[in-house]
Design a protein around this ligand. Structure first.
Ligand code: AHR
Length: 315
C-alpha cells in the first residue's frame, strides 16, 4: 500500500498545491463537549490551511460513517479523517479507500483493522488515561475502603474498552477499592445522569458509594446533577474522577463538585494535517500512532483559571 500511496502522493504534489486539497471528515456525532471542540478545531484548522473540508456527522451510527467514507471515495477526496465510533467492522471500507489510494487518518479512537489500511492514527494512550484516573483515586483514598461506580463510554468503542482496562490497572493491588457497578452512559450527559440515578438507588441512596469513575466529563456532569438531586454532595460524599478536561468540569471542580480530570486534547486535526502535508509533499510516511499528551488536573490546579482558558475554544 505504501508504494502505491507514495506514487499517488508524488503525483498529487506535482498536480496541485497543498492548499487545494479536499478532505473528507467522518465525525461520530456531537455526544460530548469534547467532541464539539474537536469538530470546531478541525474546521478551523482546515480553513486556516486552505483545505476544503467535507464534513459528515454520523449521529453515532457506524453505518453512516461507512456510507460517508464510500461517498468520499467516490468523490476522490485527497484524504479522509475518520473518528471511528466503534473499534470493529472497518476492514471492507478501509480496503476500498486503500484501493482508491486515499490516505485515511484515524482521529482519537482506534480500530481493530490491520494498520496497513490507514496512514496513521492521532490520539492519546487511552489505557494510560484510565490508569492515571485509577492511580489518582488509589492515592486519594489511601487504605480506606472505597466502593466505586463506573460510567463507561460507548460500548465497543476503543476509549470505553481501554479506559476501563487502564482504571483497573491503576487500582490493581488495592483490595480496599472495589468497582461495584459498571454500565455504559454512551459518553452523554443525559445517560450519565440516568445511569447514576440507578446506581444511587441500588447503593443505599448513594451512601454506599465512595467514588464515581466516568469515562468522560460529560457523563460525570450528568451524574453530578443526579447526586445533588439525591441530596448528596458530589466531590465530597462521592469523589468524582473523569476524562477530557472540558470547561464545565473545571467549573464543577472550582465549586468543589468534581475532583479530578485527565486531559484529552481536542486538537487531533493539527497533528493529522501536519502528517498529511508531509506525506503529500514528498511521501514521508508518519509513524502509525501520533500520541497526544494526557495530563491530570485536580482541584489544586486552578480550575477556575482552566475554565476561563478553555471556555471559548468551541467545547
Ligand atoms: O474518543 C474520545 C472520547 O469521545 C471523549 O473522551 C468523549 O468525550 C468522546 O465522546
Amino acid at each position: 500500500m505504501t508504494r502505491m500511496l507514495l506514487a499517488g502522493a508524488a503525483l498529487l504534489a506535482l498536480s496541485v498545491g497543498a492548499s487545494a486539497q479536499t478532505i473528507g471528515f467522518s465525525q461520530i456525532g456531537s455526544e460530548s463537549g469534547w467532541r464539539a471542540a474537536e469538530t470546531t478545531l478541525t474546521k478551523q484548522q482546515a480553513e486556516e490551511r486552505g483545505y476544503t473540508l467535507q464534513f459528515s456527522d454520523a449521529q453515532q451510527r457506524q453505518e453512516n460513517q461507512i456510507a460517508a467514507i464510500r461517498s468520499f471515495v467516490a468523490q476522490g477526496v485527497d484524504a479522509i479523517l475518520l473518528a471511528p465510533v466503534v473499534a470493529t467492522g472497518w476492514d471492507a471500507v478501509l480496503q476500498e479507500a486503500k484501493e482508491a489510494e486515499i490516505p485515511v487518518v484515524l482521529l482519537d479512537r482506534q480500530v481493530d483493522s490491520s494498520d496497513d489500511l490507514y496512514l496513521t492514527a492521532v490520539g492519546s494512550d487511552l489505557v494510560h488515561e484510565g490508569k492515571v484516573a485509577g492511580e489518582w483515586l488509589a492515592k486519594e483514598v489511601g487504605d480506606d475502603k472505597c466502593r466505586v461506580v463506573e460510567l463507561q463510554g460507548t460500548t465497543g468503542s476503543s476509549p470505553a474498552i481501554d479506559r476501563a482496562k487502564g482504571f483497573r490497572d491503576g487500582i490493581a493491588g488495592k483490595a480496599n477499592i472495589e468497582i461495584v457497578r459498571s454500565q455504559t452512559g454512551d459518553f452523554t450527559r443525559a445517560l450519565g445522569k440516568t445511569v447514576m440515578e440507578s446506581f444511587l438507588q441500588a447503593e443505599g441512596g448513594g451512601k454506599d458509594i465512595c467514588a464515581l469513575y466516568a469515562h468522560n466529563d460529560d457523563m460525570a456532569i450528568g451524574a453530578i446533577q443526579a447526586i445533588k438531586e439525591a441530596g448528596l454532595k458530589p466531590g465530597q460524599d462521592i469523589k468524582i474522577v473523569s476524562i477530557d478536561a472540558v470547561p464545565d468540569i473545571f467549573q464543577a471542580m472550582a465549586a468543589g463538585e468534581a475532583n479530578a480530570t485527565v486531559e484529552l486534547t481536542p486538537n487531533m486535526a493539527g497533528p493529522a494535517f501536519d502528517a498529511l502535508e508531509k506525506f503529500w509533499k514528498d511521501g514521508t510516511v508518519p509513524p502509525k500512532f501520533i500520541q497526544t499528551e494526557s495530563k491530570l488536573y485536580t482541584q489544586a490546579d486552578d480550575p477556575q483559571g482552566e475554565y476561563e482558558r478553555r471556555k471559548d475554544l468551541g467545547y
